[in-house]
Ligand binder design. Structure first.
Ligand code: PGA
Length: 236
């Protein structure tokens, strides 16, 4: 494991963006696994800045997002598809058809999970997966207690996650209760993983995840077994 301590959010974002840009420069047709949430926003901003300077080319990059709420259309400002377009895709030269987010509106959600998992395989697997971490140790929407064996699947969001995500909605009742998420199995098959965590409130969970016992009670703890994990964190 490569553990990088950053000094503040700006530094974290630059260091994380460096890892992503190195991946894209070395393999222009990289398959990037991407994450939503507040943590990666600065990373995307830094990548956009470097793209605008001409330092990175996303024209051959393919992206696969980790998760999506069930029931929100892409044009809903709270959907993860909207988030990705708004914070990243619309500012770079990635081809829209090369950006993939699970379809939370699919009639048959189980079939959508299978389609997404097959898509990951058809694209040759994920070269670099970017991950945030929840206060309860979740990665994607893999909540504590969820099996390590799962591929892409439907989850019922637990109370901690609903509360954490309520800040983006008018009230907690508007937060969708279900989501589609890549499973731990899908995530662990990525060739490289970049885990980012920012703020004093993430220090305890990062410590547990990286140095504690590997247990489904702390989903991110499984990352200790990944052969190519980089953690960039700042607890300021
Ligand atoms: P955050 O979310 O980046 O908004 O803290 C991380 C997560 O819940 O995965």
């Amino acid at each position: 494991m490569n553990l990088i301590k950053a000094n503040g959010y700006k530094d974290l974002s630059r260091k994380a963006a460096n890892v992503v840009s190195a991946q894209v420069i070395l393999k222009p047709s990289s398959v990037l696994g991407l994450a939503t949430g507040s943590t990666p926003v600065g990373t995307y901003e830094q990548l956009i800045e470097w793209y605008k300077k001409g330092d990175i080319d996303f024209s051959r990059v393919v992206s696969l997002n980790l998760d999506e709420y069930c029931g929100l259309p892409p044009e809903d400002t709270q959907s993860y598809r909207y988030f990705m377009n708004d914070h990243f895709f619309s500012h770079i030269n990635i081809k829209p058809e090369n950006t993939h987010v699970p379809n939370g509106l699919a009639q048959d959600l189980e079939a959508e999970c299978i389609r997404y998992e097959n898509l990951i395989a058809d694209l040759g697997g994920i070269d670099l997966q970017v991950l945030g971490i929840g206060h309860n140790g979740h990665i994607g929407f893999n909540e504590p207690g969820n099996s390590f064996e799962k591929a892409t699947h439907i989850v019922e969001l637990n109370e901690t996650t609903l509360q954490a995500n309520a800040r983006f909605f008018k009230n907690i009742d508007e937060v969708p209760k279900k989501a589609i998420t890549m499973g731990i199995k899908s995530i662990m098959q990525s060739r490289k993983i970049l885990l980012i965590a920012n703020g004093p409130d993430k220090e305890e969970i990062i410590h547990k995840a990286i140095f504690g016992p590997v247990t489904p009670d702390v989903p991110a703890s499984i990352l200790q077994f990944h052969p190519d994990l980089t953690v960039v964190c700042s607890f300021e």
